[in-house]
Design a protein around this ligand. Structure first.
Ligand code: SAM
Length: 266
């Protein structure tokens, strides 16, 4: 199979030069180890060959398209090479490079942690305690504790705070439901998760804490902004470069939690 002329869909000639996320420079520690070494997502260029699927082997066209995309996605390739469990790890690296949310000593809750990419980044960047939760089992990440369960379980806020040994400085949610392919339904589901994550954050965050959550463009994400703008001093939307351009996914980043504003009647 010949590579398509342009994979960007822009109609521009494909030069074969792809942006590749930066690797863990000079850091001897594997991702997930408790070492805040260099793991900047600084983009660089490299000349990678287009990898074609050798055989369809009973796969549906949709499965073939997905596999071809995985094989040729520089973030997937870089994540595998650098030892991150997900390409999503680069999204958090890029968000944190910009907003500086994770510091040595930060206490972090990771909602929807599987397979563990964001947890690895949190630990690598020096978080003091990281507590995660997911419906799916997650292989252990050194320096973090991940609970198998549903974040909406009424006991979960206290359980995760107990693991942290106190309130969280950062609550991050990369949670996503299983998609149905029906855009409106998927949007409602993800916004339900994001709003649930915001409620959760308000129960566990320390004053001055931060909240990051995946949302989808499509209208109702604006409703979330009203309580967020009340409870946080700054609220911004960001589309990290690692987030696929053809996805309506983006992230909301809120900083400066003000619990006193929650019940002030305004
Ligand atoms: N940030 C992760 C990483 O870098 O490895 C990837 C997260 S993945 C995109 C989304 C996760 O959200 C899935 O593993 C899913 O099981 C989890 N999830 C969805 N609903 C959940 C819920 N109610 N409680 C806990 N986890 C949930």
């Amino acid at each position: 199979m010949k590579p398509p002329k342009s994979r960007s869909g822009s109609g521009k000639k494909d030069t074969g030069i792809k942006r590749v996320p930066g690797k863990a420079l000079k850091s001897a520690a594997a991702p997930g180890a408790s070492d805040a070494g260099h793991d900047s997502a600084t983009s660089r260029t490299s000349r990678d060959k287009y990898v074609a699927l050798r055989t369809a082997r009973g796969r549906t066209p949709a499965q073939q398209r997905w596999l071809n995309r995985q094989l040729n996605d520089p973030y997937v390739v870089a994540a595998r090479k650098q030892g991150w469990r997900s390409r999503a790890a680069f999204k958090l690296i890029e968000i944190d490079d910009r907003f500086k949310l994770i510091h040595p000593g930060t206490r972090i809750i990771d909602l929807g942690a599987a397979p563990g990419g964001w947890t690895q980044v949190a630990v690598k960047r020096g978080a003091k305690h990281v507590a995660g939760v997911d419906l799916l089992p997650v292989d252990p990440v050194a320096g973090a504790e991940i609970v198998e369960g549903d974040f909406t379980d009424p006991e979960m806020p206290d359980r995760l705070k107990e693991i942290l040994g106190g309130p969280a400085d950062l609550v991050m949610s990369d949670m996503a439901p299983n998609t149905t392919g029906h855009a409106a339904t998927d949007h409602i589901r993800i916004m339900g998760l994001a709003e649930g994550a915001l409620d959760f954050a308000m129960q566990v965050l320390a004053e001055g804490g931060s909240f990051v959550a995946k949302v989808f463009q499509g209208g109702s994400e604006k409703q979330m902004l009203i309580p967020m703008k009340k409870a946080f001093t700054s609220v911004k939307h960001v589309k990290p470069p690692a987030s696929r351009k053809d996805s309506s996914e983006l992230y909301v980043v809120a900083t400066g939690f003000r619990p006193d504003r929650l019940n002030d009647g305004t």
